[in-house]
Design a protein around this ligand. Structure first.
Ligand code: SAM
Ligand code: SF4
Length: 323
């Protein structure tokens, strides 16, 4: 599917829940309102949307949340998504807390890759960011995922004055394990608006000051817009997703389905197409569903406007959108 700027749109991110077992301060702090369960898409509805999207050219799906692994039957959903004709890759992003115990099921389901979000290796800082003491469960999950032979990445969001010096420890994960550690700039969506981003350009300079000039790594690492470098003697690479300081909209290939069934053409704007309404109200909805997906793709704007805060129209929280 091509959008009106000629970009090939083949990647669908699906938020399967707005529930989470962590309370990250920039995503879902304490006290946030949860969407009632009947408003969340059922697995049957998600599969129907994924099938329609695949028939239009979507080939890659990311299962996200909230925390996808808190929703029962998540691994079975992955297996069913993998069976859809045209779907070549199903991956997941998780906070890792429940990863180890779900790994066998995810592996059997045929998951293609797992991204684990981890902002620190310091238990106190972990508690401050996520409200949880279960850092070790996340580390165990990462190690188990690598041992199971699943392509694994770590995604980190740095916050000034909280974990902006943690990159030194985090990139060491890529020294010993064959995983990519990627730094994602904080985006001004939901609670993220309260925390100014740590610039990836500054971070790259700090890494080079510490380790010397790094080699650029142009090999393919997955779907995303990350730029990679490789440090000598490291098993994995270091990636940078500079949503703010390294705008990559010209190569954007994705649309996002929220947990309530709204299809989002762009992360930055509130514009959505309501797929749940079509699924629940219209009897013979297959064609309407496809038309609505194509409509969302045709409404993709040329670029986000994160650098101009007053132009951002998205009001949902990241927990509903899925990152
Ligand atoms: N719970 C899962 C996890 O943490 O990976 C999946 C959902 S979470 C919303 C997906 C990703 O979004 C996480 O890596 C998280 O750090 C990131 N995220 C949340 N709010 C963000 C923001 N305002 N800016 C940048 N990334 C954000
Ligand atoms: Fe939960 Fe992920 Fe949001 Fe943290 S970033 S609160 S783990 S959904």
């Amino acid at each position: 599917m091509k959008d009106s700027f000629g970009r090939e749109i083949n990647y669908l991110r699906i938020s399967i829940t707005d529930r989470c077992n962590l309370r990250c301060r920039y995503c879902m702090p304490q006290g946030i309102h949860q969407v009632p369960m009947h408003e969340i898409l059922t697995y049957e509805e998600i599969l129907e949307i994924a099938e329609a999207a695949a028939s239009l050219g979507i080939t890659k799906i990311k299962v996200t949340g909230g925390e996808p692994l808190v929703r029962l039957g998540c691994a079975h959903l992955v297996a069913q998504l993998k069976e859809i004709p045209g779907i070549e890759q199903v991956t997941m992003t998780t906070n890792g807390i429940l990863l180890k115990q779900n790994l066998t099921a995810l592996k059997e389901a045929g998951i293609d890759a797992i991204n684990v979000s981890l902002d620190t290796l310091n238990p106190e800082v972990f508690q401050r960011i996520t409200g949880s003491e279960r850092l070790q469960d996340v580390i165990d999950g990462i190690e188990a995922s690598v041992s199971a032979g699943i392509r694994t990445k770590v995604n980190t969001v740095l916050q000034t004055g909280v974990n902006d010096d943690e990159w030194k420890d985090l990139i060491r994960l890529a020294k010993d394990l064959p995983i990519d550690v990627r730094f994602i700039e904080m985006m001004p969506i939901g609670y993220g608006k309260k925390y100014p981003p740590v610039s990836n350009e500054d971070l790259k300079r700090q890494i080079e000051a510490e380790f010397g000039r790094a080699e650029e790594d142009h090999s393919i690492h997955g779907n995303g817009p990350a730029e990679y470098i490789h440090l000598p003697c490291y098993a994995g690479s270091i990636g940078f997703i500079g949503a703010i300081h390294g705008k990559f909209c010209s190569s954007c290939d994705r649309i996002r389905l929220t947990s309530r069934g709204r299809l989002k053409p762009c992360l930055c704007y509130g514009d959505t197409v309501d797929l749940r309404g079509i699924l629940r109200q219209k009897k013979h909805h297959e064609e309407l569903l496809k038309q609505a997906i194509a409509e969302a793709v045709s409404r993709k704007p040329e670029a986000h406007c994160f650098e101009q805060l007053n132009r951002i129209t998205e009001e949902q929280e990241m927990i509903e959108i899925g990152g």
